[in-house]
Design a protein around this ligand. Structure first.
Ligand code: NAI
Length: 335
């Protein structure tokens, strides 16, 4: 089956890693018509219109996007394209599978946990104001609607992917109303899925537990802020943001992205590691129903890392982007 996918290569090393991923997906026999959108923060007007308009329209049409990193202005400048896409297309679920990649050095083995983070509210609603000089207030918004939606997403994901257990992460002992509503909404959904074991854990304990014994977790379901923190913490257990994929998913569309930045220090030098964007593209293939190609690419990626002969500088090797990509494609053809 042919698929139409929006490709936002992004900036810095973005076009290099996106080019590598395109080659690998093509070598795996996946038929994709890419609609490339040149969204670059460096060309943005102060309003950000130029950056976001084309991308949003394209994703609306195609329903699926693969996105490289983009520079984000700090404290001012154009708005982030991620935020624009998430809000406009209501990509309410952030999915971050965290699993060891064979051959990649990490502190733990046998980690296999999926974090599902609510993507639209909590302290990220952007509702801040100054009460009186020297005192500011940020509003933490939790709704029954969004909490129920993310819970339904997580339990459906668990059923589809053969997962067994979900831990809801919270601080409802202190934030009794907001985190309390998050938990209450999840409990209602959990009752509809007796096949999935449901547990709750307070966020500070969960941070300790995942570092002491990550294997006890199967899936974590978190509100936005704890999800942001714990998904990077979990990535650190298996080697960092360079070796995990990420997706923002809604009912109408999904955007798969590398979570590292534009790496200006190595951009244009042919040194970038495409692994993170490739892992996100494997998630995209699963979403598109291309499961067999996804598993073959996963196996080839594991083989190249395990052999360790053609891995990139950032993971202790000597290869550049092209050598790594060539090795992966050879492994795909051999396998
Ligand atoms: P960064 O992730 O770009 O770089 C941190 C370090 O990791 C650098 O030494 C870089 O060379 C290395 N690195 C990152 N990705 C790599 C890859 N695929 N292969 C090999 N080495 C890699 O983070 P930094 O320097 O804090 O941010 C640079 C720019 O990227 C900023 O403008 C920031 O706003 C933006 N950014 C964008 C993100 C996105 O679009 N999702 C996420 C994070 C940062």
């Amino acid at each position: 089956m042919r698929h139409k996918v929006t490709l936002i290569p992004g900036e810095g090393i973005g076009p290099e890693v996106a080019g590598a991923v395109r080659r690998i997906l093509e070598a795996a026999g996946v038929q994709i018509d890419w609609e490339e959108v040149e969204a670059r923060a460096e060309k943005a007007s102060a309003s950000g219109q130029f950056v976001t308009e084309g991308a949003v329209e394209s994703v609306r049409r195609n329903h699926v996007a693969l996105k490289g990193p983009m520079g984000t202005a700090i404290a001012g400048g154009a708005p982030s394209i991620n935020v624009a896409l998430r809000k406009t297309l209501n990509l309410y679920a952030n999915v971050r599978p965290v699993k060891n990649l064979p051959g990649v050095k990490s502190r733990f083995e046998d980690v296999d946990v999926v974090l599902i983070r609510e993507n639209t509210e909590d302290l990220y609603s952007g509702l801040e104001h100054e009460v009186v000089p020297g005192v500011v207030e940020s509003l933490k918004i939790i709704t029954e609607k969004a909490s129920t939606a993310i819970a339904q997403f997580a339990f459906k994901y668990a059923m589809r992917e053969g997962r067994k257990k979900i831990h809801a992460i919270h601080k409802a002992n202190i934030m009794k109303l907001s985190d309390g509503l998050f938990l209450k909404s999840i409990r209602v959904v959990a009752q509809q899925y007796p096949q999935i074991e449901y547990k709750e854990m307070i966020v500070d304990n969960a941070c300790m537990q995942i570092v002491l014994n990550p294997q006890q977790f199967d899936m974590l379901l978190l509100p936005n802020l704890y999800g942001d923190v714990m998904s990077d913490l979990a990535a650190g257990l298996v080697g960092g943001l360079g070796v995990v994929g990420s997706a923002n998913v809604g009912d109408e569309a999904a955007m798969f992205e590398a979570v590292h930045g534009t790496a200006p220090d190595i951009a244009g030098k042919g040194l970038a590691n495409p692994t993170a964007l490739l892992l996100s593209s494997i998630m995209m293939l699963d979403y598109l129903g291309e499961r067999s190609a996804a598993r073959r690419i996963e196996a080839a990626l594991a083989k190249v890392h395990k052999e360790g002969k053609h891995i990139t500088h950032d993971v202790g090797g000597k290869a550049g982007t092209t050598e790594f990509t060539d090795a992966l494609i050879s492994s795909l053809h051999a396998g």
